[in-house]
Design a protein around this ligand. Structure first.
Ligand code: CTP
Length: 428
């Protein structure tokens, strides 16, 4: 008997009122179409854990596309359909988007032929999912709105802080779930149940069969969790790292670098400095200890131009063979003149390689750079009587460097300093 629990109050309290009212509306309309609609997956888990999550995944017993079109017809907004899985995204006129999926038995896009999607019940749909804590649903249809559907004891596992698969072949069918397991363990400070841990160990070799881009889309999420170091350590206990790369890795060495980078990320987070998600590929690069063979393999994982650019930058930084002593002796101003054009992600990854010396000074430069006011811009230079020229870039860089060392310097002082430096150049 599925455990029933009223979650209406929790939903009302935690969700923004616009989202809550969209859910109510969907429930009401599902009833009119004699369909049943459910909020499912990570959202339900996060509601029960009191964690913010505004991605609403909805599964309907019935046809997701028909449902979305019905909503559009009666309430406006916009529908996008994805035929293969009878899924649609309905954009409410207030701009909020909901994914409406048809309950189905086949969860996967198997590498070869796509399965015939068989519409099914919510219970069967939930059974195909990764972990019990992600396999709960909340009823949205009017007569049962707010009731928790928990066929597989997900709530109990949440309380026991454990991750448990629903069927023995779960990791074999979808080996990316190994990465998801590690990610959720670290995020929620949960553990795999004993049996799930055993199944995970047994299925590690299947990671080979997953395409690089699919792995990458889970790895991005893993390395953007709060504690990537713990995730890497855990990947190592499953010997997963060796399955990601063909060439051998020196995990003893890379662990130090990764720990350093993760540590600096904590500092950045505390100071509310945003780090771009491409940081994930920096962690991957550190895993290779910049060894050419494994580093080259990384390009197959790249999903965006930004990933490739980050790798290229990191590679060219390491190739320059800049002496660390020399770097540490540079003034703040010279550091900026040298590194102003380089994004912080590859830069902090590169600094993290020098674990034998105290590189705090280099990281502090990154922090200072984040607080730059950039008081002077091109317009200011024009107003001060300079003709636009490629020299503007240098002038602005010089101005930034001055601001780094004297954060309270005024606009007038900056212009004066620029004038002193560059009028000499012009005379030459
Ligand atoms: N899912 C699954 N197996 C996967 C990926 C996803 O069973 N390999 C299911 C899970 O039920 C999951 C839901 O699809 O809850 C949504 O997937 P996703 O958005 O990736 O996961 P979330 O649980 O929402 O994770 P996050 O909080 O990191 O977004």
């Amino acid at each position: 008997v599925p455990l029933k629990r009223q979650l209406t109050q929790t939903m009302k309290k935690q969700l923004p009122s616009t989202i809550y009212s969209v859910l109510k509306l969907l429930g009401k309309e599902a009833g009119r179409l004699s369909m049943r609609a459910y909020l499912i997956g990570g959202t339900v888990r996060d509601l029960l854990l009191n964690r913010r999550n505004e991605d609403m995944d909805i599964v309907v017993e019935g046809d997701g596309i028909d449902f979305a079109l019905h909503m559009q017809e009666h309430y406006g907004g916009h529908v996008r359909t994805h035929e293969t899985f009878r899924t649609a995204t309905w954009k409410h006129p207030n701009g909020y988007k909901v994914d409406l999926t048809s309950a189905r038995t086949e969860y996967y896009d198997f590498p070869a032929a796509l399965p015939n999607v068989e519409l099914s019940t919510i219970k069967e749909d939930l059974f195909r999912r990764d972990f019990t804590i992600n396999a709960m649903a909340i009823c949205l249809h009017e007569e049962a709105f707010g009731e928790l559907l928990d066929h597989f004891n997900g709530l109990k596992d949440l309380q026991k802080q454990q991750l448990r698969v629903l069927y023995n072949l779960s990791f074999v069918e979808d080996p990316t779930r190994l990465l998801r397991a590690i990610r959720f363990e670290s995020r929620f400070n949960f553990r795999l149940s004993k049996n799930t841990e055993r199944l995970a160990h047994e299925s590690v070799t299947h990671i080979h069969s997953v395409s690089k881009p699919r792995l990458a889309s889970e790895l991005i999420r893993l390395f953007n969790e709060e504690d990537p170091f713990v995730c890497v350590m855990r990947m190592d206990t499953f010997s997963l790292l060796n399955y990601l790369f063909q060439s051998p890795l020196d995990t003893n060495l890379s662990a130090k670098h990764i720990k350093t980078l993760a540590g600096w990320q904590v500092v950045l987070r505390d100071k509310s400095v945003a780090v771009h998600s491409s940081i994930w590929i920096c962690y991957m690069a550190l895993l290779t200890t910049m060894n050419k063979e494994s580093f080259d393999e990384l390009y197959d994982f790249c999903l965006t131009k930004e990933d490739i650019k980050t790798l290229d930058t990191l590679q060219s930084l390491t190739k320059q063979k800049i002496d660390l002593e020399y770097l540490l002796n540079l003034s703040l101003m010279d550091l900026h003149m040298t590194f102003a054009h380089i994004n912080k992600e590859p830069l902090i990854a590169w600094f993290s390689i020098f674990t034998e010396k105290n590189t705090t000074k280099l990281f502090n430069y990154i922090l200072k750079r984040e607080t730059l006011r950039r008081t002077i811009d091109g317009e200011d230079l024009k107003r001060a009587g300079y003709n636009p020229s490629p020299l503007f870039k240098d002038m602005l860089l010089y101005s930034e460097s001055l601001e780094l060392t004297s954060p309270h310097i005024s606009r007038e002082e900056l212009l004066k300093a620029i004038h002193t430096k560059y009028s000499v150049n012009e005379n030459l």
